[in-house]
Write a protein that binds this ligand. Structure first.
Ligand SMILES: *Cc1c(COP(=O)(O)O)cnc(C)c1O
Length: 413
């Protein structure tokens, strides 16, 4: 007899407390449990309303339960879910066509997350280097404080040792350089380097935009040494910075680009985009994943890309960005004891804590959440804002009002 079923484990009420009892404790979620959402509005178990300036970590860029996406997904759910990679399908063909038409890339590979997209990129770069130059060309260069995912390979490539401690032995031949430091890049990128991977704007590392001169130098060093330049646009991509991908703002074209997060608006999908020549170094059987490119994921992503990759939509992202920045600059000026100058690009914005409040970003966001505004942090010292790209002027004003009230309360505590 199944004692768990007997006791009605699946029907008894669940609360935040349940998390601490039955989930592997890899997260420390907020005290409230969201149950319903639409656009930028979220409601918790008690019916309390929140304005969401997180987009689920830069994911739900078209808002929660976006009607166009609900419609497209509902149709696809009633049509075809999954067949496996022994068969192709129409949505994946359309999505790959749309992404290759819209970017430098000629070819796409689909998977289910950002980490997997980077894993594919790094494996492809190794294969390319080994085939073209020989097995000595294996080294991977990445930046300190970067974030590239949580598989053992991508977490080792990421530049935050707190995420690799305890998981040794780590894959070898990975070096880290200082972000935005051209000299450090020049010293590390030699003939044995297969790939240089970089976020054009570091998200998890504190919302730090890459200098154009640094990213251009990486491009030149890769060209000189035959290394492939990989842009990790998992967080910066799909309209977040006011262009479809941030490489378009920067004017530096990578050899491989990875995308995930906002690509599925909350439905898991990742993509690796690359050129014809490089793509040919993966062949049948080289790499794969069961769900990659399945019709549900690619249907939602196709509709996401179609909505976001419109000049008027992207222009509005830049307009909304200017409004949020103006508010935050004023907030930082009015509360210099709490905040430093905001930084970032588009609607990926970091508000650093001032020297006297370092380490307290999370405490501030907890106050804001209590007052009805959901915010992110990017490390202990930076409040991060990543509202849906469809954020209205009224919602921008409301967020500003709550951030000021939260600043007052936080300062008084
Ligand atoms: C979130 C993120 C990843 C990892 O994506 P997952 O979907 O969590 O695997 C990789 N790179 C960057 C820049 C990210 O922000």
């Amino acid at each position: 007899m199944n004692a768990k079923l007997e006791s009605g484990v699946t029907t008894r009420p669940v609360t935040r407390q349940t998390f601490d009892e039955v989930l592997v404790p890899t997260y420390a979620p907020a005290a409230m449990v969201p149950v319903r959402a639409a656009g930028l509005d979220v409601w918790d178990q008690d019916g309390k309303h929140y304005l969401d300036f997180t987009s689920g970590i830069a994911v739900s860029s078209l808002g929660h339960c976006n009607p166009v996406l609900v419609d497209a997904m509902t149709r696809q759910i009633n049509t075809l879910w999954h067949l496996g990679n022994g068969y192709t399908n129409e949505p994946v063909l359309r999505l790959a066509s749309a992404l290759t038409e819209a970017t430098f890339a000629d070819r796409a590979f689909f998977c289910n997350s950002g980490a997997e997209a980077n894993e594919a990129a790094l494996k492809l770069a190794r294969k390319y280097a080994h085939t073209k130059f020989g097995s000595h060309k294996s080294r991977i260069v990445s930046c300190y404080s970067s974030f590239h995912g949580r598989t053992l390979f991508t977490v080792s490539v990421g530049g935050q040792s707190k995420y690799t401690e305890g998981f040794e032995p780590l894959p070898p031949e990975i070096n880290h350089i200082n972000y935005n430091d051209i000299e450090s890049a020049r010293a590390a990128i030699k003939d044995d380097v297969a790939a240089v991977i970089v976020e054009p704007i570091q998200g998890e590392g504190g919302v730090i935009p890459g200098d154009v001169a640094f990213l251009k130098a990486l491009r030149e060093l890769c060209d000189q040494t035959g290394a492939l330049l990989v842009f990790d646009e998992v967080q910066s991509g799909v309209g977040r910075t006011g262009a479809l991908y941030d490489y378009m703002n920067v004017g530096v074209t990578p050899d491989i680009l990875t995308s995930a997060k906002a690509l599925g608006n909350g439905y898991p999908i990742g993509a690796m985009l690359t050129t014809e020549e490089i793509a040919q170094h993966f062949n049948v059987g080289s790499h794969g994943t069961t769900y990659g490119g399945n019709p549900l994921a690619t249907t939602v992503a196709l509709n996401v890309v179609e909505q976001i990759n419109q000049p008027a939509f992207l222009a509005r992202v830049r307009e909304a960005s200017a409004k949020v920045f103006a508010n935050l600059e004023k907030l930082a000026a009015d509360y210099p004891q709490l905040f430093a100058k905001p930084r970032g690009k588009g609607l990926l914005i970091g508000l650093p804590m001032a020297d006297g409040t370092k380490g307290k970003a999370k405490d501030y966001t907890k106050v804001a959440e209590k007052l009805g505004l959901m915010l992110l942090i990017a490390g202990p010292d930076v409040v991060r804002l990543a509202p849906a790209l469809i954020v209205s002027d009224e919602q921008i004003a409301e967020a500003d009002r709550i951030m000021r009230a939260a600043a007052d309360e936080f300062a008084a505590a």
